[in-house]
Design a protein around this ligand. Sequence first.
Ligand SMILES: [Zn+2]
Length: 85
Amino acid sequence: MSPVRTCIVCGKKAEQKSLKRYIWDGNGPVSDDEKKHHGRGAYCCNTEKCIGVFFKAGKKLERAFRLKIHGVFRHNREKENGSEE
Ligand SMILES: [Zn+2]
């Protein structure tokens, strides 16, 4: 029996080994194919469709990785704007 995980994009449940695992590296999701990273991971179907959505999944990523992505993005924008002052 393999563990079952849920694709955060489409919500489909599948065997863990058939899904792609991503971890958060501080700037964005990076694939963790070798499963050598610890910490919170998010799973996604190994299909172009789901992977394409995965990187733009905003709130779903936020929830999956338990972080505030929008806060990070806003912070970066403020820094860019701030340099013009
Ligand atoms: Zn999916």
